[in-house]
Design a binder for this molecule. Structure first.
Ligand code: AMP
Ligand code: MG
Length: 488
């Protein structure tokens, strides 16, 4: 399971930098149980040394001892430009636990820190913690988050802040950037080891293919296309889709200035530093295709011995060209399901796209519009309903509703069946920026109750949880445009 590459040119063995006097900020008890960590009645580890382990202060707690922490090297394209060597500049891979790699993010300087301090601040650590678990509960492939620990240790960003460590877990943190690094270094040996490792542990089905490496590329590309379709379906904007932030397992990783859309705007940009809108919501599919092109380029040397250069390129090119088709099919599956359509009809694409256009034109809340649709019964579809009031252009809304009602009528399912299906895929609760911000501000004043509450709510995004109704509300106008930069 462990990181498959060895040698100084692939990773460095090191210890995390201790975090002084740490305390718990957030802890995912159900994940901890899955990992076999014994918990007390309050849902925290019985062995207090876990707090020290997950802050980078020791490697051993009762149930476990990590032996050989490392930081790995990778490279990547940032905002479309080759950035050369990057690497785990502030994440340290402690080792394996119950089928996961355990990383401490913000645990101090590594040989790949460049000008950075190796730390992460409280606000970005809370955001990564909550969003990882929110995405998991939404059913979207993602790295998980076990804990955030904090400290009074000062960290300088635009202002003075404090340090935190987020413990994140994934079956593997291998990225497109790892492939790019060893391709740029012309290290066919390491490229082969990376690919063989993925084939052995994470893409076993590809091993029996005529060409396992080509099959591996196709499979990674497919997972990535499916992943981005899932992002689009919940209105998630990643914010920094650089190739070093793209998982080779098709997981959402490296949460930074991400955002869930409140009011729907197709070209919404969640990262304040992304002035060109390269990573805007509507560009995500295209950008992930572009990232797969980076991967294809990096994997080319693996195919060349078998096919020769020209044919190897041709095979990868053909595979790459499938991406938009796979993505579109996945997108349509997602939106059919969101609209409660069980059968396939040629008009469904238009039905879904015209709804999104209408939502964009009227700037309605993405999550709540779909959730409200899920609650409507057949009569309400064509009669006046509360949803209608949110659309300025009522005529356009009525026209769309009529076509939707007609389409639903063809299905022959009961209201109950359709509603049940729709409520399972249209979340009520997402990590809205203003909610995260409120939890962060409290935490900055040593009150972690809101982090805990949000975790509970976001772990059940499809349940009504009527006691938490206010957490489903769109942001009040003054909190609509919280700007997030890359600074973290
Ligand atoms: P990101 O955009 O957060 O994915 O980071 C890009 C690169 O910068 C990665 O190699 C990170 O490890 C590194 N990095 C980001 N912040 C820091 C920091 N505070 N200290 C050291 N390295 C960092
Ligand atoms: Mg990154």
């Amino acid at each position: 399971m462990a990181f498959p590459l060895q040698g100084e040119d692939t990773c460095q063995h090191l210890l995390p930098t201790p975090l002084p006097n740490p305390y718990w900020i957030g802890f995912t008890d159900n994940l901890a149980r899955e990992l076999g960590i014994a918990l007390d009645a309050s849902g925290l580890p019985k062995d207090p040394r876990w707090l020290e382990v997950l802050s980078g202060n020791t490697l051993e707690a009762n149930e476990h001892r990590f032996i050989d922490p490392i930081a790995t090297v990778y490279s990547g394209h940032q905002f479309g430009v080759w950035a050369g060597q990057l690497g785990d500049g502030r994440a340290i891979l402690l080792g394996d636990l119950a089928g996961y790699e355990v990383q401490l993010k913000g645990s101090g300087i590594t040989p790949y820190s460049r000008m950075g301090d190796g730390r992460a601040v409280l606000r970005s650590s809370i955001r990564e913690f909550l969003c990882s678990e929110a995405m998991h509960a939404l059913g979207i492939p993602t790295s998980r988050a076990l804990a955030v620990t904090g400290s009074k240790k000062p960290v300088m960003r635009e202002t003075l802040e404090t340090a935190a460590v987020c413990t994140r877990l994934a079956p593997s943190f291998i990225r497109v950037g790892h492939f790019e690094h060893f391709a740029a270094a012309r290290s066919i040996e390491h490229l082969t080891a990376l690919a063989n490792y993925l084939l052995e542990y994470h893409y076993q089905d590809c091993r029996s293919a005529k060409d396992p490496y080509l099959a591996l590329f196709i499979a990674i590309s497919e997972r990535t296309a499916n992943l981005v379709a899932q992002w689009q379906a919940v209105g998630f904007c990643h914010g920094v889709l650089n190739s070093d932030n793209i998982s080779a397992l098709g997981l959402t990783i490296d949460y930074g200035p991400f955002g869930f859309l409140d009011r729907f705007q197709m070209d919404h940009i969640c990262n304040h530093s992304d002035s060109q809108g390269r990573y805007a919501y509507h560009r995500q599919p295209q950008i992930m295709h572009w990232n797969m092109a980076c991967l294809a380029g990096a994997m080319l040397p693996l195919l060349e011995p078998r096919y020769g250069s020209e044919d190897a390129q041709k095979h990868l090119q053909e595979a790459l060209e499938e991406f938009p088709t796979i993505y579109r099919a996945a997108w349509l599956r997602q939106f059919r399901s969101k609209l409660g359509l069980f059968r396939e009809d040629d008009g469904d694409l238009h039905l879904a796209e015209s709804l999104l256009q209408l939502m964009h034109d009227n700037r309605v809340d993405f999550t709540n519009t779909f959730r409200a649709l899920a609650h409507l019964n057949r009569n309400q579809l064509i009669q006046s309903n509360g949803l209608r009031d949110h659309f300025l252009n009522r005529e356009a809304f009525d026209r769309w509703m009529q076509s939707y009602a007609d389409r639903i009528a063809q299905e022959g399912h009961s209201d109950h069946e359709r509603q049940e299906q729709m409520l399972r895929v249209n979340p009520k609760f997402i990590l809205r920026n203003y909610l995260a911000q409120a939890a962060i501000e409290k935490a900055q004043n040593d009150d972690f109750s809101e982090v805990k509450r949000l975790l509970v709510i976001l772990q059940n995004p499809y349940a009504e949880q009527s006691e938490y109704e206010t957490y489903a509300a769109p942001p009040p106008p003054e909190l609509e445009n919280i700007e997030l930069s890359c600074s973290s």
